[in-house]
Design a protein around this ligand. Sequence first.
Ligand code: KG4
Ligand code: ZN
Length: 334
Amino acid sequence: MKILAIESSCDETAAAVVEDGRKIISNIIATQVEEHKLYGGVVPEIASRRHCESIVGVVDEALEKAGMTVAGLDAIAVTYAPGLIGALLVGVNFAKGLAFASGKPLIPVHHIKGHIAANYIAHPELEPPYICLAASGGHSQIMRVESYTKFVTIGRTMDDAAGEAFDKAARAMGFPYPGGMYIDRASKNGDCRKYKLPRPHTANPYDFSFSGLKTNVINLVHNAEQKGEQLDIDSLAASFQYTVADILTSKFVAAAKEYGYKTAALAGGVAANSGLRGMLEDRCAENGIKLYIPPVALCGDNAAMIGSQAFYEYTEAGVSADGTLNAAATMPLT
Ligand code: KG4
Ligand code: ZN
């Protein structure tokens, strides 16, 4: 089954053709990041306008690279939630138009479920059940993946998502948007034990809270500026990254052990972080847990992951939508 998938939830306009949920036939991403960088973060109005300009070209290119026309597709999939509402609406309306005009089924996909499905493309042997940590700019969640379409959340962030904390801490350290990868790079030259950062307590041991940690970094930077002191930014980046990775890893591995999982997966933009990848790999190996992580290229937003999840939504759960499909800025995963 060949699915054309469209993703426009944030600042990437993306389209891909994916076969049977596992094989990428084409995968095109047009990023707007350089424009949003000027403002230190995504400007929703600009994002919607750029999606509007790019979507036809991106979809054309995905079909062309796949050597296909719309007639050869079996279905059209689209991210419908969560994300920036104006950005999502561009993809949703485009997909609705294409599905209506071609008579193909329309499959709505939850963005975070798509991030998880990136693992199915990268790892043909991975099948549910397993436990998953999804960490992105808007989400940090530990989930039991019971089937391709059934998820049970056992921990979530109480405030900032991990990626959001990375981006805000990075901004305070003087890095451009999106700061996660700049912290990752700077960390390689720093000492992760130099700055002691707080580890907030949460009532549920598998929930997260990153806002206190982020604020601590912002205060450290402002205090140093006021006193005219020089901070060791590489070491601050390394200390922050180590602390976030350690919080995510400790809770995730503890949850895997409590619920008896021997298979685990990592997903979302923050899964690109080298410190988190390394720490999770080590601790999962120590505990006899097989860990799956997508390649860095499939960690960030892309449409291939949406095409993968769409296959399972359609074939396992019988999900499809009609012309009344709407986008939603927020949407629980379960
Ligand atoms: O999944 P994603 O591309 O978009 C959302 O669905 O939110 O995640 C974007 C987030 C941003 O916060 C970005 O800074 C973070 O992922 N990120 C990273 C790295 N690469 C991307 N965070 C830490 N280290 C990285 N190497
Ligand atoms: Zn995402």
